[in-house]
Structure formats: C-alpha cells, structure tokens
Write a new protein. Sequence first.
Length: 208
Amino acid sequence: MNEMIIKRLSPSKSVEDLLIKKTSDLNWKYVDVLFSFKGIYTLGIKAFYPNKVSTVPNGTVLYPIENEVKNRRQRLYSGAYLLNHFEEYQELNTLKELHEFIQVYETLGNLIPVWPGANSHRGVFGVYDLADLYFYDSKIEEFGRSFYNNFFTETSVYNFTRFCQQGSGIPYDIQDYLSMDREEYRRFLNHIVQVIQDRNNQFPSTNL
C-alpha cells in the first residue's frame, strides 16, 4: 500500500496526461481532475491526526505541527513534505476506503472537461479545490453552468449531480471538510468512489 501512496504523491504524469488519448477522442480540449489525491489525502491526515495539523481560525490552509510546534512556513499540502512524512500516517495509508479511491483514481470518471481558465480561477477566486465546493461556489457556478449548458441532461456525465451528490450526507462548507472525523472521512471517500464509478458507467465502453 505504501508504494501506491508514494506513486500518487510523487511528481509524475497527471491523470490528465495519462488519459489524454481518451479525452481527445471525446473532444475535451481542457481537462481537469475532479478529485486530487494530494488534496483528499491531506484531508485524511487532518481527520486521522488532528493533533498533527493546525490552521488559523476559519482558515483553509493546513499546516503541520512538528514537535508540538505549529510550522506556519510549511504547507501540509506540499508533495515534498508529504513524501518525507507519509510513513507517519500508517493508519490512514492502510485505510480500505483510501485504497478503493486509489483503484479508480486514474480512470476517466475522475476527469471532467472544463472551460479555459478554470484551473486559474481557483487561485484567483480563492476557491478550495474540491468538486463539491468548487462547482457550487457563487463565483464559479455561472462559468460552469454556461460552459456545461451544451452537454447538460439529467443523466449526462456532465450533470453537476454526477459529482456533487445532493442528499449524500457530504458537507458543502470548507470548514465542515476540515473538521471531518474518521468516520466522516470514510463516508467522504465512499462518496468520491461512487461518483467516479457512476461517471465511468456513463461513458461508452470504447472510451474506458
């Protein structure tokens, strides 16, 4: 399992690059991953090891606590930091639900076509990189609905509810995500896996 964690945290080809032939066949010009492994893994560290993570009040940036000292110069999300410290998180690393997420991570269901500039909007508008938050943010929603209007149907893989499941019991406020406990994090992972699998099932088998 550790080898899988290392692979996902290491600099390598992105899911977008790995599946570029498939997305090109679908005429997806700009593509983004729905659920970033580093982002989801970082939330898991917060859920499983809350005493090792800090943030400012109502803040969205997570910092590591090292030797009982908050290190505000180091972001927990850093790939280099996570690679150097992932062995400290063995309970998280062996989590069945995390393993199931890894199994579907590099599949087409974890990708979505986006409009030009969609990635930069996260930084410009300060929107957290989680599909369930990003696409429903008031600063982003208009872009999304305008772009996806040509694709939108109730059962389409482009339907917002295919990856933002209303009534799923998943929180929609960033502070709710940052305060998840272990059981809530497990449910969140199950939600992610179900979203990816549901979207995979919507594609013609020739694309998978």
